[in-house]
Ligand binder design. Structure first.
Ligand SMILES: NC(=O)CC[C@H](N)C(=O)O
Length: 219
């Protein structure tokens, strides 16, 4: 699995660590070197690509690396955007209507929240039950989903809404391509029991077991 790194990405090593921990092979790939044909799946890791200039994810979304991501997506390869990666997919126009705006309180919000898995018919959520509620941390300033109409491509919803997201949206799939999923919470930071604070569980684990199953057996 390619874990893409843009200037300012900071979640790449965590994603690589977790991918390897769950028995797959993940490599950090510098965006200029990314050739999608060499990989089975792609993760756009979180962070502050191009220092969130213009809007978070806006500049990365128009790079040729993202042309490669679109190609991978259209070939049906699993693509996951985490936080800043989700913002890139959104800015690229892959996630349907809507936008990710500054949090309602205008602050960077960093906390563990409860998230509901709405849709398990994606390669990234196969191992969850629909309606399952799990814990994951969020850490972002521009994560408030806004849209004129309620989306029908929701994959994750907040049970504890940290940012004022409309309809509690925490993650979406691309309307046409269910292999493409993006979410604001960080499943790579919630995939090991030891990293969960008291009273919280490693709610992101099944993202990685789902993908492992999808790559092995299809989905
Ligand atoms: N953790 C992240 O990827 C943060 C994304 C982005 N820099 C924001 O603050 O919204």
């Amino acid at each position: 699995m390619a874990v893409l790194k843009f200037p300012g990405t900071n979640g790449d090593e965590d994603v690589k660590h977790v991918v390897n921990l769950y028995g797959m092979r993940g490599e950090v790939v510098w965006y200029k070197e990314f050739k999608q044909s060499e990989w089975d799946a792609v993760v756009l890791a979180g962070g502050f690509s191009y220092a969130d200039r213009l809007r978070a994810g806006a500049i990365a979304s128009v790079t040729s690396a993202m042309d490669q991501v679109v190609e991978a997506a259209e070939e049906g390869k699993p693509v996951l955007g985490i936080c800043n990666g989700f913002q890139m997919l959104m800015e690229r126009g892959l996630m349907g209507n809507g936008a990710l705006l500054h949090n309602l309180n205008n602050r960077f919000v960093c906390k563990w929240v409860k998230v509901m898995v709405v849709d398990n018919k994606t390669p990234w959520t196969l191992d969850y039950e629909p309606g399952e509620v799990v814990d994951m941390p969020v850490a972002h300033a521009e994560g408030r989903y806004f849209s004129e109409s309620e989306p029908n491509n929701v994959v994750f919803k907040y049970v504890e809404n940290p940012n004022g997201s409309m309809w509690d949206v925490a993650g979406l799939h691309s309307p046409e391509l269910k292999n493409v999923v993006g979410l604001m919470p960080h499943p790579e930071r919630a995939a090991e029991e030891v990293l969960a604070p008291p009273g919280r569980g490693p709610g992101g684990s099944k993202v990685w077991t789902s993908l492992r199953r999808a790559l092995k057996h299809g989905w």
